[in-house]
Write a new protein. Structure first.
Length: 160
């Protein structure tokens, strides 16, 4: 399945399916754009750093943690869901494309950015492997867009 995330960098992104339906939205707000939220239908999630270095991030809904993102020195992000699922988001050699890997090291989702100079906006092409249900998880897809943006903006930050 294919998705597209479109928006203004560090302001907002909307996730669209192949029929151009909006599935969810990632919003940046607040001082230095550190307040981040995800809205999917009636569900509202907050993304917030856990420590001073901001290399450990939690995603929560109504103060209940749903996922944890940890940035490491290699430029990878370890994603741990509270239900026990664990993933690794890793760039290719040129850092132009990022792939989400399962614990068994199967690549299941890829993200690739495209900058539009004409309207100064970003677009992310997202391709998923239809054999995995993660490709239909809108929260996970928007967390990947957030992670991609954080890596591109901050470079590599070590996990604690």
């Amino acid at each position: 399945m294919r998705y597209v995330a479109r928006g203004k960098r560090m302001e907002y992104f909307e996730l669209f399916d192949e029929q151009e339906n909006v599935l969810g939205r990632l919003d940046f707000d607040g001082f230095f754009r550190k307040k981040v939220s995800i809205n999917i239908a009636d569900a509202h999630y907050e993304i917030h750093p856990v420590n001073f270095w901001q290399n450990k991030i939690e995603v929560s809904r109504e103060d209940v943690v749903c996922a944890e993102l940890k940035f490491n020195w290699a430029g990878n992000i370890i994603i741990e869901m509270t239900d026990g699922r664990q993933y690794l988001l890793r760039p290719n050699f040129w850092h132009t494309k990022y792939t989400l890997y399962t614990r068994e090291e199967f690549g299941i989702i890829t993200l690739q950015s495209d900058f539009s100079w004409s309207n100064m906006s970003f677009e992310y092409d997202i391709a998923t492997d239809d054999n995995y249900t993660e490709g239909k998880d809108v929260l996970l897809l928007l967390m990947l867009v957030y992670s991609y943006l954080r890596i591109r903006r901050n470079g590599y930050v070590a996990a604690t």
